[in-house]
Ligand binder design. Structure first.
Ligand code: ATP
Ligand code: MG
Ligand code: MG
Ligand code: MG
Length: 470
C-alpha cells in the first residue's frame, strides 16, 4: 500500500496511541544533560533517564518520531540504499510496563494490518538464547520457524557496560534478488540492500552486573526503533531512501539547481544523494541550535555542510545554494517539525555564512591540494603526510574527511594518525595562546555577532568524533 512519509509517521504514532501510548514531540538533536553523546542517534537516547529511573516518565507508554543523526554512517551515505546521516526513527517505549508478549504481536499487527505489507516478504531475527521471543513469533504471531533467524550477541544483544541490557528482535523486508550482493551466503543480516532491516525491538530484560553475570530486572523495558525513510522505501516500492516522496523533493531541487539528471550517471548520483542527505542534517541541526565550529557537534555540522558544498561543486554548482536548498527540507518536514518553520530565517543566515566562508578558501585550498597530489604522484607516494593534511584543515578549512575523500578518488589516502597528532599539538598551542585566531577561528567570531538566542554547549574535541559519534 502506497503511503507518503508524513502519512507513515502519523499512522505509527496513532497506532500506538490506540495502544494507550502518550505521543511526544521529537526531542531536539542536542542531548540534554547527557555528556556521553554528541547528538541524538536513536529514539531511546533522549529518554535514557526514564529507563534508568532517574526521571519519572510522563507515561509508562510513550511513542515518538525522533530526529536522529548518525555520522558513523557517513561513509555509507549515497552508497547504500538505506543509510543517511539524518533520519527519523519511529519508536514505542515501555518503562516497566508491557513486554515481549505485547510488543511482538503489536509490531506484526502494525506492519501487516495497518501498512499491509505481505507476510511472505518478511523475516525476523532473534537473539540466539532468546527462545521466549522465538516462541512468541512462532506460536502467537504465526511466523514460520524458517523465517526466524537466530543471531549472536554482536548483532542482537543490546548492552552498554554494566546496567540494563537485553536481547533484540528485528524485522526485515526482502526486497528481492535484484538487490542482492550476489554472494552465495547472502541472507537475512547480510550487509547488502536485499534484506532490509527496518524495525529493531530492544527488550531490556537483564541487569549486567560487574562480575559479568546477568540478573533478571524487576522492571522490564521495551524500546523500539523503526526507520521512517526505510519503511516508506518499502511502501512506495522505490530503490532507496532517496526516492521516497519527501526526500525526493529535496533531491529534485538539487537536480534542478545543478541541471543534472538523476539516474543517468553513478558518480553524479552519489553527489546528489550526499547533498540530499547532508542538507537534511545541517538544516535540522541548525534549527536545534548547533552552530558551525571546530569542536564537538559544531564540527559535525561544519563537516557535513562543507561536504555538501563540495559535492555541489562536483555537480557544477558554482554559487551559493545550500540556504536555498534548505527551503526544500522545510517544505516537506515543517509540519512535523515546526521549529524549522519558526527558525527559517535564522537557518538561512547560518547556512549562508558558513557556505560562503568555505568558498572563500576552498578554491585556494583545492589548488594546494592538487599540487600536493601532483607532487605525491611524481614521488610515487600514495599517503599524504599528516602535516600537509593539517595545513589544508587549518589554513583552508578542509575537514579531514573531505581531504580523504578527494584523495581516495585518486587512489590515495592520508596518514590519519599523524594528522590527529598535529590536531592535538594545535589544541595545545591554542590553549597556550588564546585569542590568536586561525582561519576557522576567525569565521567563528562571525556567528558570535549574530543574535543567537540558542545556547549550545560543545563537547571537547575528540578524535572519535571525526569518525563516529555513536
Ligand atoms: P543497519 O544495520 O541497517 O545499519 P542499525 O542496526 O544500525 O541498522 P538500529 O540501531 O537498530 O539500526 O536502529 C533502528 C532502526 O533505525 C533500523 O532498523 C533502521 O530502520 C533505522 N536506521 C538505522 N540507521 C539508519 C540510517 N543511517 N539511516 C536511515 N535509517 C536508519
Ligand atoms: Mg547501522
Ligand atoms: Mg543492524
Ligand atoms: Mg539494528
Amino acid at each position: 500500500k502506497y503511503m507518503g512519509v508524513n502519512e507513515v509517521r502519523e499512522a505509527f504514532l496513532s497506532f500506538f496511541e490506540s495502544k494507550e501510548h502518550l505521543r511526544l514531540q521529537s526531542f531536539p538533536l542536542v542531548p540534554h544533560n547527557d555528556k556521553s553523546l554528541l547528538l541524538i542517534n536513536s529514539g531511546m537516547a533522549p529518554m535514557k533517564a526514564f529507563f534508568t529511573g532517574q526521571e519519572i516518565p510522563p507515561s509508562k507508554r510513550v511513542t515518538t518520531c525522533q530526529k536522529c543523526i548518525r555520522t558513523g554512517d557517513i561513509e555509507n551515505v549515497g552508497k547504500t540504499a538505506r543509510h543517511g546521516t539524518f533520519f527519523e526513527m519511529l519508536g514505542d517505549f515501555s518503562f516497566g510496563d508491557y513486554f515481549k508478549n505485547e510488543i511482538i504481536p503489536w509490531s506484526w499487527e502494525f506492519v501487516t494490518k495497518v501498512l499491509e505489507i505481505p507476510q511472505d516478504k518478511l523475516y525476523v531475527t532473534i537473539y540466539e538464547e532468546d527462545d521466549e521471543s522465538g516462541d512468541i513469533w512462532h506460536n502467537m504471531v504465526g511466523v514460520p520457524r524458517e523465517r526466524i533467524k537466530k543471531l549472536g550477541k554482536a548483532d542482537n544483544f543490546w548492552e552498554h557496560g554494566t546496567g540494563p541490557c537485553g536481547p533484540c528482535t528485528e524485522i526485515y523486508y526482502d526486497r528481492g534478488e535484484q538487490y542482492s550482493c550476489g554472494s552465495p551466503t547472502c541472507d537475512v543480516g547480510c550487509d547488502c540492500d536485499r534484506y532490509m532491516e527496518f524495525w529493531n525491538l530492544v527488550l531490556t530484560q537483564f541487569n549486567a552486573e560487574a562480575d559479568g553475570t546477568y540478573t533478571e530486572l524487576a522492571q522490564k523495558n521495551v524500546d523500539t526503533g523503526m526507520g521512517l525513510e526505510r519503511m516508506a522505501t518499502i511502501l512506495q516500492g522505490v530503490d532507496s531512501i532517496f526516492d521516497v516522496d519527501t526526500v525526493k523533493s529535496i533531491r529534485d531541487a538539487i537536480c534542478l539547481k545543478s541541471n543534472v539528471k538523476y539516474g543517468k550517471n553513478a558518480k553524479t548520483d552519489v553527489s546528489v544523494r550526499v547533498i540530499t542527505d547532508h542538507i537534511r542534517s545541517v538544516t535540522m541541526m541548525t534549527a536545534d541550535g548547533v552552530l558551525p565550529s571546530n569542536e564537538g557537534r559544531g564540527y559535525v555540522l561544519r563537516r557535513l555542510l562543507r561536504r555538501a558544498a563540495r559535492h555541489g561543486r562536483l555537480l557544477g554548482i558554482e554559487e551559493e545554494f545550500l540556504a536555498e536548498l534548505s527551503k526544500a527540507v522545510i517544505a516537506c518536514s515543517g509540519d512535523a517539525y515546526p521549529e524549522l518553520v519558526d527558525k527559517r530565517e535564522y537557518i538561512f543566515k547560518i547556512l549562508s555564512i558558513e557556505e560562503n566562508s568555505f568558498y572563500k578558501t576552498i578554491d585556494k585550498g583545492m589548488d594546494i591540494l592538487k599540487s600536493d597530489m601532483d607532487e605525491m604522484k611524481t614521488a610515487g607516494q600514495t599517503t599524504m603526510s599528516g602535516e600537509k593534511a593539517f595545513r589544508l584543515y587549518d589554513t583552508y578549512g578542509f575537514p579531514i574527511d573531505l581531504t580523504k575523500e578527494i584523495l581516495e578518488e585518486a587512489g590515495m589516502n592520508v596518514d590519519e594518525e599523524a594528522f590527529v597528532a598535529e590536531m592535538k599539538q594545535q589544541k595545545e598551542r591554542a590553549r597556550a595562546a588564546r585569542g590568536k585566531s586561525t582561519y576557522m577561528g576567525a569565521a567563528e567570531t562571525v556567528y558570535h555577532e549574530l543574535p543567537v538566542e540558542l545556547e549550545t554547549k560543545f563537547a571537547g574535541y575528540d578524535v572519535k568524533e571525526l569518525t563516529d559519534v555513536k
